[in-house]
Write a protein that binds this ligand. Structure first.
Ligand code: ADP
Length: 167
């Protein structure tokens, strides 16, 4: 069986992430969306909330699983016996960072973990979790960035009702 891990923060998941998940699910027998529990960052959504959001968003894609992990990606991948990580590339600014992580992972895993990059669909090229949070925190419209149930949850975190937000 050909499986891949799609690791990330997904705080929160956007349509850009969902697009990568759907495309990866068409290429592999199984895709495990793996949410990194990073204690150094203070996320908007807890790991459990993010796991539940991703499960809901991917419930109709049979070969997608959602999990969380902490520690090094190479250790988690080894434990699962998976040797491919998927990452998305939006712009040249992503490239340098992603290249460094990908090469570090190859080195640390002694070649066991390779990364496959999917380039963003143009309509989502501008989208990032951090811009979603910034826009929502000021009551801006995020309806083109995230599915509607996530939109509600994001506004709730900022104490804004959806009706108050600009639409
Ligand atoms: P991280 O904090 O690990 O960078 P993110 O949740 O921000 O995690 O992103 C996870 C992955 O999804 C990264 O590879 C990122 O480049 C990719 N990604 C994020 N937004 C988009 C998008 N709009 N289009 C394509 N890929 C994206």
């Amino acid at each position: 069986m050909h499986a891949a891990i799609y690791p990330g923060s997904f705080d929160p998941m956007t349509y850009g992430h969902l697009d990568i998940i759907k495309r990866a699910a068409g290429m592999f027998d199984e895709v495990i969306v793996s949410i990194l529990d990073n204690r150094q960052k203070t996320p908007l959504f807890s790991v459990d909330e993010r796991v539940n959001i991703l499960k809901e968003a991917t419930k109709d894609i049979a070969n997608v699983k959602v999990e969380s992990f902490s520690g090094l990606l190479i250790d988690y991948a080894k434990e699962k016996n998976i040797n491919i990580a998927i990452r998305g590339l939006r712009a040249i600014t992503d490239f340098e960072y992603e290249l460094q992580i990908s090469q570090t992972n190859r080195l640390l895993s002694k070649g066991a973990l390779d990364t496959i990059f999917l380039t963003t669909s143009l309509e989502y090229a501008y989208l990032s979790s951090s811009s979603v949070k910034e826009i929502a925190s000021f009551g801006g419209d995020i309806s083109r960035c995230v599915p509607s149930f996530i939109e509600d949850m994001v506004y709730e975190k900022y104490g804004i009702s959806k009706n108050e937000a600009e639409r």
